[in-house]
Every structure is written in structure tokens, then in C-alpha cells.
Design a protein around this ligand. Structure first.
Ligand SMILES: C[S@@+](CC[C@H](N)C(=O)[O-])C[C@H]1O[C@@H](n2cnc3c(N)ncnc32)[C@H](O)[C@@H]1O
Length: 202
């Protein structure tokens, strides 16, 4: 595992073609699957997770010169990254404090920082879910309203919406995703691929 302050200099000085950062990686199942799927030794994969027991499991799963796992909060690590640094952030099933509508005022700053740390044309892949307040099946209306709200919020941060689909990417697998996907009437998942646009100089 990597100390948070050395990682930034290590990655900055290295010659990776791409930097992919997963936030809140849990036990690392998804990141491990992604690394195998992409088979890209010139991509640097960074996983950040606050829970020591979880990141230990992740560290037991994978090692490699291009894999950096950090046991720290995303709030502490993200500001340490240089601006225009990452090609992709991945945030799968963020805790409610990072995505719930009721807590919006608490999380907008985090995504604004993520935006700054992305390269132009870089993306944030956000996989998240909606449930009904009474834990009843989510109606089509509820789902549509939530989806429209979510996309519109990220557009206000400067992102453009490259893609949106009503499931998770097919090669993404994790314990939580499997649990959530087993209850598709009451837990509706979507994926937003949000892009930091390329600004043309005038
Ligand atoms: C619902 S789980 C999803 C885990 C993983 N993405 C998956 O799909 O299995 C949320 C994860 O975010 C982690 N987490 C919560 N707050 C965090 C923070 N401030 N910094 C880093 N990780 C955090 C939790 O410990 C937990 O592992």
C-alpha cells in the first residue's frame, strides 16, 4: 500500500500513458476486474479507500508496478493531485453522503475538485442507485425525475454528459453491485459517463 503523499510524486514522475483513479474501492474486486479486463500495463491504476480492513483485502488481491492503493479518505487525497492529472475517475455506488439529493450541498465541492483534477476529455464514470423512500418499487416517474436531476447537477459543474445507461458497465463487478442488482425493482442503478470538455483557445 502507498502513503498518500508519496504516490502523487511517484505517479507524476512516471511515464504512464493513462491515470485511472477509483474512489471508495471497497475490497477491490471491481478494480481488479477492470485491470484484468483492460490489460494495459501502461495505465496507472489508483484505488482510494478509507476502511483499512477493506483496502487490505484489495491489496491481497492485486499487486503491480502500475497499481497504487491508498488507505485514506478521498477528501484528503483528491486535493493533493495536480490539476488536469487523471484520465478517468470511477465512483461506483458512492456512500449517500456523496450522492444523495438531500445531502447535495455537502458533496458539490467534491465533484468540482474531481473536475479540476481531470484532464480535458477525461471522464468521471459514476454508477449510482435510487430507491423509494418507503423501499417500494421505484416508479418510472420517480426514476425519470431522479435521472434528470442527477444529470443536470453534473452539467452545472461543467461536465458534459457523454453517456447514460440504466445499468452498470457490463465488465464492472463487485459485491455491492451484485447485491443491488438482485433487487432491480426496488434498486434502480444508472451509469453516467461525464466528460470534462476540451476548451479551444481563442
Ligand atoms: C457502498 S461501498 C461501495 C464499494 C465499491 N465501490 C463496490 O462497488 O463494491 C462504499 C465504499 O466507499 C468507502 N468510503 C466511504 N467514505 C469514504 C471516504 N471518505 N474516502 C474513501 N472511501 C470511502 C467505504 O468504506 C466503502 O468501501
Amino acid at each position: 500500500m502507498c502513503p498518500q503523499n508519496s504516490i502523487v510524486s511517484t505517479i507524476s514522475l512516471s511515464t504512464f500513458d493513462k491515470v485511472v483513479i477509483e474512489l471508495g474501492i471497497g475490497d477491490g474486486q471491481l478494480l481488479e476486474g477492470l485491470i484484468n479486463y483492460e490489460n494495459s500495463p501502461n495505465t496507472c491504476y489508483v484505488g482510494i479507500e478509507i476502511d483499512a480492513a477493506q483496502i487490505q483485502k484489495a491489496s491481497d488481491r492485486m499487486t503491480g508496478k502500475n497499481i497504487f492503493l491508498i488507505n485514506e479518505s478521498i477528501e484528503k487525497v483528491i486535493p493533493l493531485l495536480p490539476d488536469n492529472f487523471a484520465d478517468q475517475f470511477i465512483f461506483v455506488l458512492p456512500s449517500p453522503k456523496y450522492i444523495d439529493r438531500e445531502m447535495e450541498s455537502q458533496w458539490t465541492l467534491l465533484y468540482q475538485k474531481i473536475y479540476k483534477k481531470l484532464k480535458e476529455k477525461g471522464t468521471l464514470t459514476l454508477v449510482t442507485e435510487v430507491t423509494n423512500d418507503l423501499l417500494e418499487p421505484v416508479s418510472n416517474d420517480e426514476f425519470r425525475t431522479w435521472k434528470t436531476w442527477l444529470a443536470s447537477i453534473f452539467v452545472t459543474f461543467g461536465f458534459t454528459l457523454r453517456e447514460v445507461f440504466n445499468e452498470c458497465p457490463l465488465h464492472y463487478r463487485s459485491h455491492f453491485l451484485e447485491q443491488f442488482m438482485a433487487d432491480q425493482l426496488r434498486i434502480k442503478i444508472i451509469t453516467l459517463i461525464l466528460e470534462k470538455p476540451h476548451y479551444k483557445s481563442i
